[in-house]
Design a protein around this ligand. Structure first.
Ligand SMILES: Nc1ncnc2c1ncn2[C@@H]1O[C@H](COP(=O)(O)OP(=O)(O)OP(=O)(O)O)[C@@H](O)[C@H]1O
Length: 281
């Protein structure tokens, strides 16, 4: 047992129950994430990454019942035992979630600055005036130079990259112990992707949060995470420190993912840089 774990998942198995049928989508998944560290969950579409995150958080897809067994300890909470309000409270204090497209989690009819301050109101951490000041300050901290005027825009008036900046700012607002990025840059151009990942890294340094980064892109996980697990068909096929997984992949599936990382400089580099080597700077 990892006594300094922010997240400990043991033998997690998730079965989708639907129209009288059962289908196992996550099987026997075990891993732990040490406080302050980052873990990439990598795998192709359908590997079970989203179902794993849903199972950890206890957030089931609409119209679908999930049977989740095993154990999940998140920031000291026994997540599979928590229900309703208790679970929502645990999530609100311990987890900041960044979705692929924050438009889905932003209210289209509310100005972005107000949405950020709403989150603060929900967390009950500040007066209205203080919230407004912090909202603008926060927009500045995630790269909005004209934060005062930009805070009055609606979500659809922002670019994908700007919206993701708001998404990161909102997720980090209460300085949660764990930030979870579910394909946070998949919808973005490569240059914007880099800036958003840099911001995520800086935010993590500022808040001291640990990070789970879900991505189909092994290259992104290799550059941004301390550790990696590779999933296929609901199971973990490879897990380890980033340098081990990249330099000496044990599973043929990991090798095929490595080989498919596009390179501008011809043949695949012998190895990718790891965070410890300054790839994040
Ligand atoms: N709402 C749902 N109802 C029933 N089965 C689902 C549902 N969502 C996903 N599944 C199934 O669960 C399995 C794992 O899917 P999951 O969405 O977790 O994969 P993923 O790795 O997150 O893929 P992607 O990157 O495409 O999101 C797949 O076989 C998928 O068909």
């Amino acid at each position: 047992m990892n006594t300094n774990a922010i997240l400990e998942v043991r033998d997690l198995t998730t079965t989708v129950l639907r129209h009288g049928t059962e289908r196992t989508v996550v099987e026997g998944v075990t891993f732990s994430l040490t406080r302050g560290r980052s873990l990439g969950i990598v795998g192709e579409s359908g590997a079970g990454k989203s179902m794993l995150i849903r199972s950890i958080l206890g957030v089931h897809p609409p119209g679908v019942t999930l049977r989740v067994t095993g154990s999940v300890t998140l920031d000291g909470h026994d997540m599979l035992a928590l229900r309703g309000r208790e679970r929502r409270r645990a999530l609100a204090t311990s987890v900041g979630m960044i979705h692929q497209d924050p438009l889905r989690s932003l209210n289209p009819t509310i100005r972005v600055g107000d949405q950020l301050t709403e989150t603060l109101a929900f967390a009950g951490t500040a007066t209205r005036r203080e919230r407004s000041r912090r909202g603008i300050e926060l927009m500045r901290s995630v790269g909005f130079r004209s934060a005062e005027s930009e805070s009055r825009r609606y979500p659809h008036e922002l670019s994908g990259g700007q919206r993701q900046r708001i998404g990161i700012g909102a997720a980090a607002l209460t300085e949660p112990a764990l930030l979870i990025g579910d394909e946070p840059t998949t919808a973005l151009d490569v240059t914007v992707q880099k800036r958003v990942l840099d911001l995520l890294h800086d935010t993590r340094l500022r808040t001291g949060s640990s990070m789970l980064l879900v991505t189909h892109d092994l290259g992104v996980a290799a550059e941004r995470c301390d550790e990696i697990i590779v999933m296929r068909n609901g199971r973990i096929v490879e897990a380890g420190h980033t340098s081990e997984v990249i330099e000496a992949p044990q599973h043929p599936y990991t090798r095929s993912l490595l080989d498919s990382i596009p390179r501008l400089d011809g043949p695949r580099l012998r190895r990718l840089r790891t965070p410890q080597e300054g790839a994040l700077s």
